[in-house]
Ligand binder design. Sequence first.
Ligand SMILES: Nc1ncnc2c1ncn2[C@@H]1O[C@H](COP(=O)(O)OP(=O)(O)OP(=O)(O)O)[C@@H](O)[C@H]1O
Ligand SMILES: [Mg+2]
Length: 359
Amino acid sequence: MTTKTFKAQAVATLLGTSGDTVRRDVNDAGIAVLRQDTAIKTRIFSIENIFELADYRAKKATKKRTKKAVTLTVYAPKGGVGKTTTAANLACLFALAGLKTLVIDLDFQSNLTLSFGYDSELSLEEAAEANLPADRCIEYHFGHLFPNWPGGSVSLDKVVKKPYGEHGPHLIPSDVTLDRLDTMLTYEALEGRNAETAINKLLKDARNGKLKDIDLSGYDIIMFDAAPAKNRMTRGALLASDYVLAPISLEKFSTKAISYLSSVLTEMDEQYSRCPELIIVGNFFDQNRPRVLNQLSTIRKAYENCWLEASIRRSEDFPKMLSSDEYELPLCLSKATSIGANDLRVVSEVLMKRMGVME
Ligand SMILES: Nc1ncnc2c1ncn2[C@@H]1O[C@H](COP(=O)(O)OP(=O)(O)OP(=O)(O)O)[C@@H](O)[C@H]1O
Ligand SMILES: [Mg+2]
């Protein structure tokens, strides 16, 4: 969707390699990259070219990847701590590392959907009037995949969006009607069915190829971006996940938010004999502030094994990005050499090792 183009050196930064290797690999892979219409004929890569190249490079280096498929929910019971920012960027970074990635917007506010350039309020008529492809509109969301969705379920290929092509992160978008999924799960609970395990069952069956219209077996990582609310969707996503990544801002109430989340997980474990492993990542991190260091030391003492040894610093690039013309590209793609992008890259590497998807 984006028309932004990248030169070989920028692609090299995104793929963590050299410009020469990019040029060699793109030739070997036979990827059709445009050339600038100038005497030098410099290659200009589209975002789709970059993810295609990432996929080619990952396939060449299969030894480094493990076959483990994981489900991860980005969640903290606190608003505005960077859940969506983290989820959008990690989805891109996982795909750049060659992992087949699906990210699911589980918040009816659809901020994640917007981060990938989709406008959840754009109607088909408006898109046609503005000469935009119909794919820019959101017709379906995660709720539509459920077999008992009111009005009938929809196949995965109709629901999923591929903002940067086949090899980039795939997205299940959301819009304001996603709220009905929570209502549906509440009705199920009232009827005596176990609504909290519904997401887990759907994912499990779809991963094992048991559902004709929903095949999730090809994904290495399925990630949810949850709303801060502790609703049935969030609990369902947590129960379906191997890991929960909780960004915290190390402000006054961070410890409270984490201890609350930790008690939710303990309860879940008691009730279902399973819960995701908690991983805490510092966001808006400022190591020069004593109060931040105090919070950090309290959290590390209380949740020693959960703290991720990489944090994301506070950076104006994040909010600036959202109000720029390039809002449809997460920061790690649009400003790959910025502080925020560098921090996120390190976080993604440490996280991939921690989850055992990358050696
Ligand atoms: N490291 C950072 N430095 C500066 N600004 C940041 C950082 N991380 C996120 N932000 C900004 O903070 C705001 C909230 O981020 P985001 O939407 O990701 O939070 P959230 O936890 O998903 O919020 P919600 O609870 O509403 O879903 C955004 O404007 C984002 O650009
Ligand atoms: Mg959010």
